[in-house]
Ligand binder design. Structure first.
Ligand SMILES: *Cc1c(COP(=O)(O)O)cnc(C)c1O
Length: 380
């Protein structure tokens, strides 16, 4: 039946960065030319200007550019003095970098389960896992949805345990009117090209209202340098944001809000057109505005669902097929059974979503999923 419709004849990519970059070619070229003219490749005015822009966007007083989102997590933990002997609570449903950065800082990730509706870390999971070695909670705003920082804070604040937000997927997300990256002691961002705000290479940032924490991150990220070029206060690293990437990010930042709105419109349309099917989209918290980095649903027979969509030309993906703690990399940190994450890993599917999707592409996604879900219903 499906082949009789016209819209589902088109194929829909999972995502397509070239549409955005083609439309910004002039601005990106201008940024490139400026950096070449200034030879300001490491640090310099473009990095300083972007840090200021990014802090302003996130509603914090400090942003420190670093080399990538993984380093941002590691460096902020080290700057807080979190290290050997300490544990950091990390949701098992996340990209592995959330956990590997904890290990890079010398601490141990303690994997926790997630809320069955949002698939995010919540207060119950934190309450069940905090202990005497807990030095921080890494709250991951996965898929771009803000996690319940306020409820988690009710557990952690009396214990004096700080919250760090892994906002690598949450550029522009909000909770109760406040921006992701401003909700905890510090926020960490990735500007990997595929994120909501992406460089043309790697990049990252730490955001915070704590001036001395920001300064310690800056020192650690720049060879421990403080005071002068040849003065090294700490054993640091080299993890800096390139001038070129900062220039590209400055060219792209003005478009971020509009792109997030386009993502929101597409998601709202698909959710409403598919509300009478059994597809189970991840839930959002009340008062939360997602950046909609990924459009994730749970389905019962995922392999059949994905191959039906694939045959109809609709690309899908899985974020993430293996829960973090199941990777051999973390054999030394295996937690107890985490039932929600284990079950979700078999049911989650990521649908195509990017701001430049055309209406015929959105129509195709909705129509094909609608038909596939009707087929699923008949099987029952
Ligand atoms: C992308 C991502 C990271 C890592 O960022 P990089 O810039 O690739 O190092 C960390 N956490 C989450 C949740 C991510 O999605």
């Amino acid at each position: 039946m499906r082949s009789a419709t016209t819209t589902s004849q088109i194929s829909v990519p999972f995502f397509d960065l070239s549409r955005l970059h083609n439309s910004l070619a002039d601005q990106l070229q201008t940024g490139f030319d400026e950096i070449i003219a200034e030879s300001a490749f490491i640090g310099g005015p473009a990095v300083e200007a972007f840090e200021k822009d990014w802090a302003g966007y996130c509603g914090v007083s400090h942003a420190v550019g670093v080399a990538n989102g993984t380093d941002a997590i590691e460096l902020v933990l080290r700057a807080m003095g979190v290290g050997p002997g300490d544990e950091v609570l990390v949701p098992a449903n996340t990209f592995i970098a959330s956990a590997s950065a904890v290990i890079a800082a010398g601490a141990a990730p303690r994997f926790v389960d997630v809320d069955p509706g949002t698939l995010l870390i919540g207060a119950d999971q934190v309450r069940a896992a905090v202990g005497p070695r807990t030095a921080a909670v890494l709250v991951v705003h996965l898929y771009g949805q803000p996690a319940d920082v306020h409820a988690i804070e009710e557990v952690t604040k009396p214990l004096g345990i700080p919250i760090i937000e892994d906002a690598a997927q949450a550029h522009g997300a909000q909770l109760g009117g406040r921006m992701a990256g401003s909700l905890g002691l510090a926020g960490t961002f990735s500007f990997y090209p595929g994120k909501n705000l992406g460089a043309l290479g790697d990049g990252g940032a730490v955001t915070t209202n704590d001036a001395s924490l920001a300064e310690r991150v800056r020192i650690l990220a720049n060879h421990g340098r403080a005071g002068g070029h040849h003065q090294h206060l700490a054993v640091g690293r080299n993890s800096r944001l390139d001038g070129m990437q900062a220039a590209f990010l400055r060219a792209k930042l003005p478009g971020l809000e509009g792109q997030n709105q386009a993502r929101r419109r597409i998601v709202a349309e698909c959710r409403s057109r598919l509300q009478n099917t059994r597809i189970d989209f991840v839930h959002h918290l009340p008062g939360a505005v997602s950046s909609n980095h990924l459009f994730v649903a749970q389905v019962d027979d995922r392999e059949r669902f994905r191959s039906a969509l694939g045959e109809a030309g609709i690309a899908t993906s899985i974020h993430y097929p293996t829960p973090c703690h199941r990777h051999p990399a973390f054999d030394a940190h295996v937690p107890g059974y985490l039932p929600v994450v284990e079950r979700a890993a078999e049911r989650i599917v990521s649908l195509p979503l990017f701001p430049e999707m055309t209406q015929p592409e959105v129509d195709a996604v909705c129509e094909v999923i609608g038909e596939v879900m009707v087929g699923e219903e008949r099987r029952r």
